[in-house]
Design a protein. Structure first.
Length: 237
């Protein structure tokens, strides 16, 4: 099963709340949260950790503070003690999302802005670019391809060490979104799913050894107050 969780940033944010809540995440993450200049960026990173903490607690009974977050050489975080608990986090604008699977998984959310088609032509494969220019809303189509491709990069965990032209995303007749290796012209063992969350956001998840029906139909929404409660915050309403 590929699970997806989503949380929205609260309207009201404060440095005091940030400091109080980030005490509940591992020390190295606290340090990172403190380094952001903008409060919004710090909240996004912190909510990612609180969301992970919430799900980990639910699945294993252990909180994030009691485990170690390791990183692969490309920076993909993972929990060494829980190999069957594979996860990935993404944040953009007012959303923080987390995907969960027992195999490598990647997730990407992006707030839709204007996308320069010349950049799209350069970044994406000819197949992907052709799909974009034939779509009704080219801007949305660019972000659709972007998030799908990035969810694959993040699932593999190598980031841009995988060239963007070395694979394409392909929407099959049965609406299954597959990843095709451009050199071998063969599909790889990852499939993707898109979720609609808001008109101006795109969200994609990519999972290894998954079938279309393994993906949750909708993301599970966890509100910020629920996250605060799950860490036993006595100040929350
Ligand atoms: N693989 C998978 N996940 C990673 C990762 C990696 N190599 N490195 C970090 N992450 C996770 C972390 O949990 C991180 O959260 P944190 O910053 O709070 O620690 C989270 O991914 C960030 O994801 P997202 O919000 O989607 O960030 P991003 O879009 O700014 O960056 C990365 C994505 C992290 C993979 C970045 O290293 C990268 O490669 N960016 C390139 C993006 C790009 O060009 N995409 C092309 C799409 S066509
Ligand atoms: Mg991203």
């Amino acid at each position: 099963m590929v699970e997806v969780y989503i949380c929205q940033l609260p309207e009201k944010k404060s440095q005091a709340e940030l400091e109080m809540l980030s005490e509940r995440v591992p020390d190295e993450r606290q340090k990172r949260i403190r380094q952001f200049f903008h409060l919004e960026d710090a909240y996004r990173a912190m909510i990612g950790d609180l969301l992970l903490n919430h799900v980990l607690q639910e699945k294993t009974g252990t909180g994030l503070k009691d485990t170690v977050i390791e990183k692969n050489v490309y920076g993909k975080p993972f929990l060494y003690d829980y190999p069957a608990f594979q996860y990935n986090i993404s944040h953009s604008g007012k959303y923080v999302v987390c995907a969960l699977h027992d195999q490598p998984v990647g997730i990407d959310v992006e707030k839709v802005q204007s996308f320069d088609l010349r950049i799209a032509k350069h970044l994406f494969t000819g197949f992907e670019y052709r799909d974009i220019i034939h779509s009704r809303n080219k801007n949305l189509a660019c972000f659709e391809i972007w998030t799908l491709k990035e969810s694959y990069l993040k699932a593999v965990g190598k980031g841009l060490a995988i060239p963007l032209h070395s694979f394409r995303v392909k929407n099959m007749d049965n609406n299954q979104i597959e990843i095709v290796d451009m050199e071998k012209n063969e599909k790889v063992d990852f499939i993707c799913k898109q979720y609609t969350i808001a008109a101006d956001y795109k969200l994609a998840v990519c999972a290894k050894r998954a079938k279309k029906n393994d993906f949750a139909e909708y993301p599970a929404e966890i509100c910020f107050d629920e996250l605060r409660r799950s860490i036993g915050d006595e100040y929350c309403g």
